[in-house]
Design a protein around this ligand. Structure first.
Ligand SMILES: [Zn+2]
Length: 157
């Protein structure tokens, strides 16, 4: 098994090293970059992180690349909650075969804790259910206690 890092095969200037197969999460708000990397990386993943990269759209942004893996639905939901405007590209053989904004679910089920400390979901072993009620910035409402929160107030489970 080779452990050589992948090398860029074209001359286009890249801000972060190319990957052969895997997933690139781009347009991450700068301050969320490490949180996204922690969220997505598993123990043996090869992860590249770009911080404070220049972006025409955002000024400064973060980028995370994971080699050899595509993201499952639950991971995408977690990503949608903490970096709703991020773009997700799937890479195979150095080619981007799919690129889109992270899909935004209508409901986050068992993705984050309700921020109301008195909510039943924080006292019983119930799964949380948070319905999306607004975008930019992302807001959700707890299905059980009916309180509303900004996504930034929430803690992932
Ligand atoms: Zn609640």
């Amino acid at each position: 098994m080779t452990t050589d890092p992948p090398t860029a095969t074209n001359t286009k200037v890249r801000q972060v090293e190319a990957i052969v197969h895997g997933t690139v999460i781009d347009h991450i708000p700068g301050h969320m970059t490490l949180k996204v990397a922690n969220l997505l990386a598993r123990e043996n993943d090869q992860v590249s992180i770009g911080m404070n990269l220049r972006s025409a759209r955002m000024g400064r942004k973060g980028l995370v690349k994971i080699s050899g893996r595509e993201l499952d639905e639950r991971t995408l939901s977690r990503l949608a909650l903490i970096a709703p405007g991020a773009t997700v590209s799937i890479i195979r053989d150095y080619q981007v075969i799919h690129k889109s904004t992270v899909p935004m679910p209508k409901t986050f089920e068992d993705i984050a804790r309700c921020a109301n400390p008195n909510c039943v979901t924080n006292h019983e072993k119930w799964s949380s259910r948070l319905d999306v009620i607004g975008h930019e910035p992302l807001h959700v409402r707890c299905f059980y206690c009916e309180r509303s929160f900004a996504a930034s107030e929430l803690t992932l489970v």
